[in-house]
Ligand binder design. Sequence first.
Ligand SMILES: [Zn+2]
Length: 116
Amino acid sequence: MGVLCHCTECRKMTSSAFSTNVVIPVSEYTIHGSPKNYTFTRGDEKHITSFCGECGTTISKIVEGIDKFKGLVVVQAGTLNEGEGLDNLKVDTELYVKNRADWVKQIDGATQVDTA
Ligand SMILES: [Zn+2]
């Protein structure tokens, strides 16, 4: 499932206007090497972000405290290799659309959510 997130934390984490994510079952996800983690909280939510300690690339995120993310991992789509789905990603949902930058257009057909 393709998800864009316009929240302030994703903007800062990706140094961009929004994050582009592929959300998959955690059972289908394996991370190699020894990533570092950065954790932030937002109310009852806990966001555990893994990133490469060598180059700083954000890799994936586990979100606790939001039922719809239970058992899922949020993979930063920009880390996918060519042919792994970034180029033809279907964006199903946009999160934190209340924070969308004025110059970023809504994705046709994507569910629009004010928060997470
Ligand atoms: Zn976000």
